[in-house]
Design a protein around this ligand. Structure first.
Ligand code: IPE
Ligand code: IPE
Ligand code: MG
Length: 247
């Protein structure tokens, strides 16, 4: 009846053909603050609730056999927020890495970060590097956290890396060559972008990588986003026809 798809986690069967599954899903986890406000809570409580949702979605995505999940956690524009909120988010990253790494390791998750790490403290940069190192030999989902990430900033940094690379001639540069200078160099192309909390914009997320991604938006704020809704997005993707400019 159902064609079973086995990921590397707890093996949740879903009734979608494996070749219709998106390989790489990217999520703009938006609406923590509005959710908190609606509950009469501080924005920080929204971010804490958001971490719980992230754990649930990561496990589920791994279980159903999604190859790569990239989540937008902190944009290059998010520094504009009040200092207390920025500090809270940064301490939440550290706490998340300290607390969740063992479980991610048990579930065979690989982790990596995209974005400009130089903007973070040396301590946090080390925590990121250690997390990547520790999980690098796992074979399950490739989980990427976009932190101090902006698509324009990434492309600009890539251009600078290219300019400094004397091994390649600008006249011969191809898209495939250029992609290797991006933070996502070894990730599959983004197939599906999900945004929670209703806004219909990219907010500087994966500008290059999402060029031909499918979009799926829900009004549900990130803290209330469920595995059922994630599956709804995957089903919607599986039913679409991608043309990439062809006929
Ligand atoms: C997303 O939720 C999390 C981050 C940007 C860090 P928001 O904090 O943007 O929540 P809203 O959009 O204000 O509701
Ligand atoms: C995008 O959300 C960034 C993250 C989810 C980390 P924002 O809340 O910062 O985006 P805008 O300001 O509504 O475009
Ligand atoms: Mg927001």
């Amino acid at each position: 009846m159902f064609k079973k798809i086995f990921g590397s986690g707890k093996n949740t069967p879903v009734d979608i053909d494996k070749d219709k599954l998106p390989k790489h899903v990217a999520v703009i986890m938006d609406g923590n603050g509005r959710w908190a406000k609606s509950q009469g809570l501080l924005r920080s409580a929204g971010h804490l609730a958001g971490v719980k949702t992230l754990k649930k979605i990561l496990r589920f995505a791994n279980d159903i056999g999604i190859e790569a999940l990239t989540v937008y956690a902190f944009s290059t524009e998010n520094w504009k927020r009040p200092k207390e909120e920025v500090d809270f988010l940064l301490s939440l990253f550290s706490e998340y890495l300290a607390k969740e790494l063992d479980e991610m390791n048990e579930e065979n998750v690989r982790i990596s970060f995209i974005g400009d790490r130089a903007g973070f403290s040396e301590k946090l940069q080390n925590e990121m590097k250690n997390a990547e190192e520790r999980l690098k030999n796992n074979t399950g989902i490739r989980f990427t956290i976009a932190a101090n990430y902006g698509g324009r900033d990434e492309i600009l940094r890539a251009a600078k890396k290219f300019a400094e690379d004397t091994n390649i001639d600008a006249k011969n540069l191809t898209e495939a060559d250029f992609e290797r200078y991006l933070d996502t160099a070894d990730a599959p192309p983004v197939d599906l972008v999900i945004r929670t909390s209703g806004e219909m914009r990219l907010s500087n997320f994966l500008l290059w990588q999402a060029a031909y991604a499918e979009f799926w938006v829900t009004k549900t704020p990130w803290p209330n986003f469920s595995t059922e809704e994630f599956l709804e997005a995957i089903r919607s993707y599986a039913a679409r026809e991608r043309r990439f400019g062809g006929v």
